[in-house]
Design a protein. Structure first.
Length: 57
């Protein structure tokens, strides 16, 4: 169960990347694909930074 969020986030980034590729060849709107790609990478980075943080005593 510990690796499930990591796998879901990687899958979300792959889908966002595919949508971005479709936007580059004018099949999908770029105004939708760029924020989706940004949000997916941002959520992934926040998840990686927040896992084992020392929260004090």
């Amino acid at each position: 169960m510990g690796k499930l969020p990591f796998i879901i986030m990687i899958l979300f980034i792959a889908i966002a990347f595919f949508l971005n590729l479709l936007a580059l060849i004018h099949i999908f709107p770029m105004l939708l694909s760029a924020p989706i790609m940004f949000i997916s990478i941002l959520i992934f980075i926040v998840y990686l930074n927040d896992r084992r943080r020392f929260r004090g005593f």
